[in-house]
Design a protein. Structure first.
Length: 107
């Protein structure tokens, strides 16, 4: 999650250098409720000791309202069509959501 936040901050800075001002937080969609909760409330847990620096970095950017983490159900993850083998129904649904078209289909 911290790597994704770093990428978002880089993109935000590139857009700022190009003269585009973002008026709202950037969304990093996540399907892990536990990760979202830890990001919002970085309380020390036995299971989270290895991510101490990352979670404070994430929390700082959440507090500054630079990023936000909306929850997305696993079934609605658009990245799955690019990274996993999915059924035809899920593939077609994801292609529609992404706005992709078949350039070889007859018109």
């Amino acid at each position: 999650m911290a790597h994704g936040v770093c990428e978002m901050l880089w993109i935000r800075n590139v857009l700022k250098d190009l003269g585009y001002k973002l008026r709202q937080p950037m969304d990093l969609h996540c399907d892990n409720k536990a990760a979202i909760e830890i990001a919002h409330n970085p309380v020390q847990h036995d299971r989270t000791k290895h991510v101490e620096v990352d979670r404070h970095f994430i929390k700082e950017n959440l507090d500054r309202k630079v990023i936000r983490f909306p929850f997305v159900n696993s079934e609605e993850q658009l990245a799955d069509v690019l990274t996993k083998g999915v059924s035809r129904k899920i593939f077609d649904s994801s292609v529609d959501k992404l706005g992709m078209i078949d350039i070889y289909a007859p018109t």
